[in-house]
Write a protein that binds this ligand. Structure first.
Ligand SMILES: Cc1ncc(C[n+]2csc(CCOP(=O)(O)OP(=O)(O)O)c2C)c(N)n1
Length: 591
């Protein structure tokens, strides 16, 4: 019933029963606005938390949200909202949801959506839009959100009716989580969210036309792949982010251990196999370990699971795993032979296909000599750094000190730059969903807002964000919602007064011309943190490190530690872009 009707009804009688009937009619009317259908769809999908920033075109949805038990976290910036939702999705496995307005509210999301797209993270963006009859008029805060986001979403939907808007949202939620996960978006014109409907949204479901990928791969292909793997002399598993997304870490661990197969992980795959296991060769690729890259370069059968063989991992395609037959397990057929030719394509869910392979293995590969070789490589190319006490603190030491002090299952989020690589290299990842980073897009500033989303997804788990001084400057306003929500997170800034990764590349590839990479004018981050209402700490030398870590971990709320570290420490090993993984440099002179 429309809101213009109650006047007539109250004229008919002033009796209290009728008044309460009228109130309930009004409520029904309110509940059946398009905006309420949006919220009902979120509730039906059991969404518990949303992230966003208000604005004119999305106000009807916020107004409807006020009546819901969904916890909405108002972020300081929409980019932060999308990273928080992304991290929420990584840690919880359920889609992270943002609610933002039209125009800048949508365009500010774009980096986060592109980030989720490259990392196959499940997020759903609900964006306000000008009313349909104003679309194309250059109305206030109008932008073509559909056009802007269609190349970076798995699906985007323009809502056209209050009768179907709830199902649009349900579809977006289902699609984000189904098969290969990824970002979806629903653009919500204001007339759709303010108009009335009597249609209840149905349960969230993918559209009929969507082909849900089968979990199991073709059994004949599995059999052939298992025979090849069992006959290998130098078998290797490459475990990618898909193993984590498919909750297949247990199956992977059992499989690798039972058949004695060493495991390299991709960057998104960190945590999919415990790095404290003897078979773990840790991360491969550009800044991977020497032993991972040697194994990739010399294996004779490579079982890649849930990886898209991105160029930071492979280096030059022609020199990647040159002696290997490749078995490629992936849920998305589009990934097969996209970058690396698959001799045995196994299309299916990582966990289900590992189980199929397990059942089909005719025996254990005879790989003792190969395992010994990987151990020799570990001894020849150990990860390490020196800590002369009269020099500035080594950033790698900070990562290790934090790891030692933190809980075993602590979650690490990162910005992008050298600190991201040190966090990947020097933290020991033993559990899935503990590495939360911008792997594919390489988005500086991801770490702090991601820590907000990660903590809300796992309130009982410790969350630590490693940030660079440059990265933190991009999104440090995420500390505001962290304070407002009283989130017990620690942001560790590896402050080298440089945009360090740029400085490292300038030194290595641009004749040491450090143009615009030195930042000797950075803010005092501890004071900045205090200004936000967080705990601000600073460590200038090795002797101060244990105390600040203890203080940060003991504090019930967000802490920011400004670690002043060696300004010119470099990330090694390094395979230059497009290079040969077998020819990694251990120091600048080797490049
Ligand atoms: C949004 C964005 N802009 C630019 C870059 C290019 N870039 C990559 S690393 C880097 C430097 C990062 O500096 P900082 O955050 O201080 O980290 P450090 O490398 O010093 O650890 C830059 C500018 C990027 N990755 N992301």
């Amino acid at each position: 019933m429309s809101k213009s009707h109650p006047t007539n009804e109250s004229e008919a009688s002033a009796d209290t029963e009728e008044l309460s009937e009228e109130a309930s009619d009004e409520q029904t009317a309110k509940k059946t606005k398009g905006a309420h259908s949006v919220v009902t769809a979120l509730e039906k999908a059991e969404v518990e938390i949303t992230f966003g920033v208000q604005g004119g075109a999305i106000m009807p949805v916020y107004d409807a949200l006020a009546d819901s038990d969904i916890h909405h976290v108002s972020m300081a910036h929409e980019q932060g909202a999308s990273h928080a939702a992304d991290a929420y999705g990584i840690v919880s496995g359920k889609p992270g949801v943002t609610i933002t307005t039209s125009g800048p509210g949508a365009t500010n999301l774009v980096t986060g959506i592109a980030d989720a797209n490259l990392d196959s993270d499940p997020i759903v963006s609900l964006t306000g839009q000008v009313p349909q009859d104003m679309v194309g008029n250059d109305a206030f805060q109008e932008t073509n959100t559909m056009g802007i986001t269609s190349p970076i979403t798995k699906a985007n939907i323009f809502a056209t009716s209050p009768d179907t808007v709830g199902d649009d949202v349900g579809t977006a939620l289902a699609l984000a989580a189904e098969g290969r996960q990824g970002p979806t978006l629903v653009d919500l014109p204001k007339n759709v969210t303010t108009s009335e409907t009597e249609v209840e949204p149905s349960e969230p479901t993918v559209p009929e036309a969507y082909q849900v990928p089968p979990d199991e791969a073709d059994p004949h292909s599995v059999e052939a792949a298992a025979e090849t793997l069992a006959a290998a002399d130098r078998p290797l598993i490459l475990s990618g982010g898909g193993v984590i997304k498919s909750e297949a870490s247990d199956q992977l661990r059992e499989f690798a251990i039972e058949y004695g197969i060493p495991v390299v992980t991709t960057m998104p795959g960190l945590g999919s196999f415990p790095e404290d296991n003897a078979l773990a060769l840790e991360m491969g690729g550009m800044h991977g370990t020497g032993y991972a890259n040697m194994a990739l370069s010399h294996c004779d059968v490579l079982l890649g699971i849930g990886t898209r063989f991105d160029d930071r991992l492979t280096g030059g395609i022609e020199t990647f795993a040159p002696e290997a037959e490749v078995i490629h397990v992936d849920i998305d057929p589009a990934e097969i032979s996209k970058n690396i030719h698959a001799d045995y394509p196994l299309i299916g869910d990582a966990g289900a296909v590992i189980e199929q392979l397990h059942a089909a293995m005719p025996g254990e590969p005879d790989a003792e000599a190969w395992r010994d070789r990987t151990m020799e490589w570990k001894a020849t190319y150990p990860m390490g750094y020196e800590t002369p006490q009269d020099e500035a603190v080594k950033p790698q030491f900070v990562v290790e000190a934090m790891d030692e002090a933190a809980a075993d299952d602590a979650i690490v989020t990162t910005g992008v730059g050298q600190h991201q690589m040190w966090a990947a290299q020097y933290w020991t990842y033993t559990e899935p969903r503990t590495w939360v980073s911008s792997n594919g897009l390489g988005t500086m500033g991801y770490g702090a807002p991601a820590a907000v989303g990660a903590k809300l997804a796992a309130p009982d788990t410790q969350v630590i964000a490693f940030e660079g001084d440059g990265s933190f400057l991009m999104t440090s306003q995420a500390i505001a919602p962290a304070v407002r929500e009283n989130l017990d997170i620690t942001v560790a800034i590896l402050n080298n007064s440089y945009v360090g990764m740029i400085r490292q590349w300038q030194d290595a590839f641009y004749d040491e011309r450090r143009y615009e990479s030195e930042w000797d004018w950075g803010p005092d981050f501890a004071t900045l943190a205090e200004a936000y209402g967080a705990q601000g700490l600073r460590a200038m030398g090795y002797d101060e490190i244990p105390e600040v870590i203890e203080e940060a971990f003991a504090y019930d709320g967000p802490s920011v530690i400004d670690f002043h570290v060696d300004p010119v420490a470099d990330v090694y090993p390094m395979v230059p872009s497009g290079g040969n993984n077998a020819e990694f440099a251990l120091e600048a002179d080797h490049l």
